[in-house]
Design a protein. Structure first.
Length: 323
């Protein structure tokens, strides 16, 4: 909070401070002294793990009240972050089953919901419950909200915004609930909230799909809340990798699958399996990019569970069975 430039009348955007349209409540001299003190306190205390800091640490709970805490695993030198139920790492968790969410999945879902909310001026003004506001003020609040939404695309700024205004995220099997500090949201937007209720709740429908041991979030398409996108980042990445590797082979940049395996730090059998995705039909690739592929189409189903024919027409006929 002490490092938030909103209090000196400025707005951060992509690492640059811009003059805001709201009045500063802290003078520049005091601000500079505080920042110098914070920097002095911080010197020598940073650790390598900071770059892996979890955006939603301390703010996630399940719908039945269990806390979700950050965790991680390292596989073949690569770090994978998760949020898991706290009871799983306590004594009562021995032999107990519980939820485990891939950290990027839940963090991206929360940021997407926040951005959608902030880009809708009417929703923001309704959340603040501003009384007797002039049209000019309402336009200013809507403008600042859109700027705040844009700032969420920068990971550092997103961490400041989330830490400041997000009170709690409740993860359910059919919805996500984001509970925001109403007064802190108003401060970030240069407004004054006029409500005794200090929390504003945003509810977004979601679906959960299991990917191995992890649970993957699917949010509604923003333009139609009766439809769900099924974009699978791991599947999109796998298809892109397969095309990249096939390009290396065709151009002579590599001479064998073993060389690709060495470059990527994975075993040759995995390269062999994933390379098949370079020969998917163009129609299926377009569906995967848009998140419109059949429900059962995953990296595992395409590389381990089914032998894909080379014929694109036969592929599409086979994959109709995945719905």
């Amino acid at each position: 909070m002490l490092a938030n430039p909103i209090y000196i009348g400025k707005l951060p955007h992509k690492g640059t401070l811009h003059e805001g349209k709201h009045q500063a409540i802290v003078d520049a001299e005091l601000w500079d002294r505080v920042q110098a003190q914070l920097l002095a306190n911080k010197c020598g205390t940073e650790k390598a793990s900071v770059k892996h800091r979890s955006l939603l640490a301390g703010r996630l709970v399940t719908s039945d009240g269990h806390k979700l805490i950050p965790s991680h695993a390292v596989k073949q030198g690569r770090r994978y972050r998760y949020y898991i139920e706290q009871r799983l790492v306590q004594d009562e968790g021995v032999g107990t089953k519980g939820a485990r969410y891939a950290a990027l999945e839940v963090e991206n879902a929360v940021l997407a919901i926040l951005q959608h909310f902030l880009n809708n001026g009417a929703d923001v003004i309704s959340a603040l419950r501003v009384d007797e506001a002039t049209p000019t003020m309402l336009r200013q609040v809507a403008y600042q909200a859109k700027e705040l939404a844009r700032s969420l695309t920068d990971s550092r700024e997103a961490s400041f915004v989330v830490a400041d205004m997000l009170f709690e995220v409740v993860v359910g099997s059919t919805e996500l609930k984001l509970r925001l500090h109403r007064e802190k949201l108003a401060t970030l937007l240069g407004a004054i909230a006029s409500s005794d209720n200090t929390i504003h709740t945003i509810t977004s429908a979601c679906k959960l799909a299991r990917r191995g041991q992890d649970l993957k979030f699917t949010l509604p398409l923003l333009e139609d809340h009766n439809k769900f996108a099924r974009q699978d980042p791991s599947l999109v990445q796998a298809v892109a990798k397969a095309h990249l590797w096939w390009g290396w082979l065709k151009s002579g940049d590599v001479e064998s699958l073993s060389e690709i395996a060495r470059r990527e730090g994975i075993d040759k059998p995995k390269v062999t399996r994933l390379l098949r995705l370079a020969f998917l039909s163009p129609q299926l690739v377009r569906q995967i990019r848009k998140g419109e592929q059949p429900t059962g189409v995953t990296v595992k189903s395409l590389t381990r569970e089914h032998e894909l024919p080379l014929s694109w027409q036969e592929q599409e006929t086979l994959l109709e069975l995945f719905q």
